[in-house]
Design a protein around this ligand. Structure first.
Ligand code: EPU
Length: 350
């Protein structure tokens, strides 16, 4: 294991802002992760774990401690006892979309709607990655992790992970406690693709036979490309951290108040049913109806031309530019709609 010093973090993230890591190590094996964690512990250095860097805003001052980049690879699969499922054990450092591609090639259903999402496998349980009606909580069987509190490797079964919309114990109650090493998924062999969202159904008009997993994968990638949510080298709209705000989940009364506010302006806000009789409303719509259009520019920061939820680095933005725009959008939405949008990315070193 090699510990490097003063390594710029911006190039390791999709948003490409922020300063340096005081110490940095890239780790391919579990024992190296343990060794690096020990290095930080004995020197009392704050630890940050970096995966694919697709959901991060790094502060301009960087990270004063040790940044670990988890590069543990390997995808293995085995048949489950019931003969219907295939169990995949995937290294935390594997590129997420590479795993999805392999699952589809092996004719296994359960992650096809999550095609084209940037980042690494180890990041997916943290924020319970989801799109087009699937989320990893549906297919994760267990998570193998280094428990920094008890200094041992543990396997957390799904119920212990506390999955909710864009949340788990890893980004809430137990934040900072675990370093994810591998994720185990249970996929359905020969299963039908999931076609829950209208956006996706519209890709298959007048179809008698259901599309294949591979066709759904391509359709999802096409939608994501059109929304700037697929990383295309050279496209400025892709220099982002994906959706910058969560879709607010509102109770009955709150939703009613919002819908009435919209109706008074002659508008209707897109919304979807959520758990416990709540409603999830579109954050992108709120942003666009608060004076921030697609393509909005605020110096070097801006909003994607293709999706109002993606804040972008227009070239040489600093983290402070992005945060300034985030603050302005939150203020605008609060004033127009009385809703505080909650950011989705992880803020590092703020
Ligand atoms: N909309 C707008 N303006 C826009 C884009 C969308 O008003 O610029 C409205 C439209 O009415 C649209 C609705 O918002 O019907 C929903 O938009 P979209 O289908 O693009 O999904 P989203 O709610 O904005 C969520 C996830 C995405 C995921 C998509 C697809 C969150 C915060 N975002 O976005 O995840 O890919 O659904 O399922 O839940 C991410 O988390 O980084 C991410 C990209």
């Amino acid at each position: 294991m090699t510990i490097q010093e003063n390594i710029p973090l911006a190039p390791l993230t999709t948003l490409q802002v922020g300063g340096k890591a005081r110490y940095f190590a890239e780790l391919k094996r579990e024992d190296e992760v343990r060794e690096a964690a020990q290095f930080a512990k004995t020197r009392d250095l704050p630890l940050f774990v970096l995966g694919g860097g697709s959901n991060l805003v790094v502060a301009d001052s960087g990270w004063p401690g040790l940044v670990l980049r988890i590069a543990i690879g390997g995808i293995t699969s085995s048949n489950a006892n019931d003969g219907k499922a295939v169990l995949f054990s995937v290294g935390a450092g594997v590129n997420w979309d590479d795993f999805v591609a392999q699952a589809v090639v092996q004719n296994c259903a359960g992650v096809e709607c999550l095609s084209g999402i940037p980042g690494s496998v180890g990041g997916t349980p943290v924020q319970n990655v989801g799109a087009y009606g699937q989320e990893v909580a549906n297919t994760i069987e267990s998570v193998r992790a280094l428990d920094l509190k008890d200094d041992r490797t543990v396997v957390l079964p799904k119920p212990a992970c506390g999955f909710r919309y864009r949340a788990s114990i890893f980004n809430t109650t137990e934040r900072g406690r675990y370093i994810i090493l591998r994720v185990n998924y249970r996929l359905k062999r020969g299963g039908a693709p999931s076609l829950k969202y209208a956006d996706l159904q519209e890709q298959f008009p007048d179809r008698k036979a259901p599309p294949s997993l591979a066709e759904v994968r391509e359709a999802v990638r096409a939608i994501r490309r059109s929304k700037g949510m697929l990383i295309v080298p050279g496209d400025d709209d892709c220099r982002s951290a994906g959706s910058f705000f969560k879709n607010p989940v509102l109770g009955d009364a709150e939703f009613k108040a919002l819908a009435e506010r919209a109706a008074a302006k002659g508008l209707e806000i897109p919304s979807y049913p959520a758990l416990h009789a709540q409603r999830k409303v579109s954050a992108a719509w709120l942003v666009e109806h608060s004076g921030f259009s697609k393509g909005y520019a605020a110096g070097a920061a801006g909003i994607s031309h293709k999706h109002a939820l993606a804040l972008i680095n227009r070239g040489d933005a600093k983290a402070s530019d992005i945060v300034g725009l985030k603050d302005a959008i939150q203020k605008g939405v609060q004033e127009a709609w009385n809703i505080l949008l909650e950011p989705e990315p992880v803020f590092v070193g703020f």
